[in-house]
Design a protein around this ligand. Structure first.
Ligand SMILES: [Zn+2]
Length: 79
């Protein structure tokens, strides 16, 4: 689970309906995404920080039992 402080919580907004679609896209390791932020594997729940300038999206560490992550954008870093 991603955590933040109570003070930072007030700086996180809710995505508009137009933006919500980017949260519903699933990416496999090696896929490219144009959105930076925190991604969560929909199979095992692992969270990663991802910068869109560091494409492609990574695999899990080799010692993770989840072999093929399905990354979904969890927190969008807009700026
Ligand atoms: Zn996984």
């Amino acid at each position: 689970m991603a955590l933040t402080t109570q003070a930072n919580k007030n700086s996180i907004g809710i995505a508009s309906t137009e933006t919500t679609a980017v949260f519903n896209t699933t990416y496999k390791a090696g896929s490219h995404s144009s959105h930076s932020g925190i991604y969560k594997c929909s199979k095992c729940g692992r969270e990663i920080a991802f910068n869109k300038d560091d494409n492609p999206l990574p695999p899990h560490y080799s010692n993770n039992s989840c072999r093929s992550p399905e990354w979904k954008l969890f927190i969008y870093a807009q700026n």
